[in-house]
Structures are given as C-alpha cells and as structure tokens.
Design a protein around this ligand. Structure first.
Ligand code: UGY
Ligand code: MN
Length: 247
C-alpha cells in the first residue's frame, strides 16, 4: 500500500495508538518459519502486552515452550492447527484459543491462515493457571451492555477470576455508541472486524474502520460511536479480575 506524501492514519501517542494497514511493518520471529509478524502493540510503546497480526506465507509449524507468557489466538482467515495437552484443535475463521503459560503447544499454519496473537505475562490469582480454552464466536452468548440492546457483548472466555483478562466481541448497531467516556486503569488491545465509526481516545477523535488496531493505555478516556449502514464489531482485550497493585 502506497502512502502518498508521507501520510498515514496511524497515530502513536504516549497513552494510546491507532495502527492502520498502510504503516504496518513486517518482521520475522525465531521458530516461526514462513510467517510475518506485524507487532501493532508492544511493551516498547508502553503497553503491558503485545498484539500481533500473524501472516503466514508458507506451510510450517512452531513449538511453544511453557513460560510465564499466556497467549490468545483469534483466527481471521484460513486454517490454523494447535496441538496442546494431548489434543488437536483445527481452527478456522472466528475460532479462538487461550493457551495458558503452563502448556507447551505446537502451532501449524499455511499461507492465507491469518490470525491475531496476544501475548502477556499472566498474573495468577492463587499460583494456579486456567486450562486451555477454545471455541468459536458463534457459540458464545451475547448480552446487551448495561441494558442497551443496540450494543451487544460476547465474552469469549469463561467469567472466572482464574483468568487475568477478558477477550470480548462488541457489536454496535449503526448509530449505537458507548454510553459514556470510559476512564479505567485497564488497558485494551482492539481490532476492528466490521464497520467503523469515530473513536475518541484522550482528546482525539479518530475515524476508524475494519482492519484498524487500537491500543488504549491505562486511564485513557475512550468512547466509540458507530457510523455507516452496517453493524460495527470489534475484538477487544482487557486485563481484568486483578487489582492495579497486582503483578
Ligand atoms: O470493556 C470495556 O472496557 C469496553 N467497554 N471498552 C471499550 O469498548 N473501549
Ligand atoms: Mn474500556
């Protein structure tokens, strides 16, 4: 994608960032043969997690060893295979998988199997880790956010304090919006899956659309209003169930 006259919609600020495709930088990673990583969010920008778009350009597999990192995959296109805990999981578009730090895994992929990968240092509540969780967005129940039927939330992970974060899908009817400007200590890593609108981040109002990523740092004022004639929907991570003094 050519950026004319050095322009981009990407905007990297101290407490938030909008990352758009024309400024994506592709890098390789040890062990991940035939795959490009686009790290849209990283600790280097101030986040406590990383979020990458992984684009395989060949058939390969990687072995993940147990470590202090938890991982969450959300498949966008194609197929991704995960073997862990003696089970094989075949993931297609809109399948997700939470891999706890305690488990080794083998991930296999091929050209066209694009997915989002979140990685973070898991904060255990009691020294234990949750089990692997996998599923498909269509299987997860939807509920109105604070009684607003035009704004639906699907929680992909079980509601259990054993998890130190949430991964949710939020769907907005055209014209729907967050009810108020949120200001919370939890961070977000977001990918627009459908539609778009206006995202307020701190003192900026950004036009946003499908394919855009957003980092919201701690306490950044945030609000979204959906525009256009189709539903808007995003995948959003938030550290959750833990005190700001934990970790
Ligand atoms: O869960 C959340 O904090 C969510 N409502 N935030 C957001 O959509 N920016
Ligand atoms: Mn929020």
């Amino acid at each position: 994608m050519l950026a004319k006259f050095g322009s981009t919609r990407s905007s990297i600020k101290a407490n938030h960032a909008l990352l758009t495709a024309e400024s994506f930088e592709r890098v390789t990673q040890p062990g991940w043969a035939d795959a490009d990583f686009i790290y849209v969010i990283s600790p280097q920008m101030g986040a406590r997690f990383s979020m990458a778009l992984v684009e395989p350009h060949g058939t390969s597999q990687v072995t993940i060893e147990p470590s202090e990192l938890a991982r969450f995959l959300f498949v966008l296109d194609g197929r991704v295979g995960v073997e862990a805990d003696g089970k094989s999981h075949e993931l297609g578009a809109e399948h997700f998988l939470f891999l706890p730090p305690s488990l080794a895994a083998s991930i296999s992929y091929a050209e066209g199997g694009r997915f989002v990968l979140y990685q973070w240092r898991f904060i255990s509540a009691d020294g234990h880790y949750p089990a692997l969780v996998t599923g498909h967005s269509s299987e997860r129940p939807s509920s109105a956010l604070r009684g607003d039927e035009t704004l639906q939330v699907q929680k992909l992970l079980p509601e259990d304090v054993v998890f130190d974060g949430e991964f949710n899908l939020m769907s907005f009817e055209p014209g729907a919006s967050l009810a108020y400007v949120e200001t919370h200590f939890m961070e977000h890593g977001l990918l627009f899956l459908d539609g778009g609108g206006i995202y307020r981040l701190d003192e900026n109002w950004y036009p946003v659309q499908k394919g855009d990523f957003i980092w919201m740092g701690p306490h950044v004022p945030q609000w979204f209003g959906a525009l256009g004639r189709q539903k808007s929907r995003y995948l959003i991570y938030k550290n959750y169930n833990r005190s700001p003094m934990a970790g």
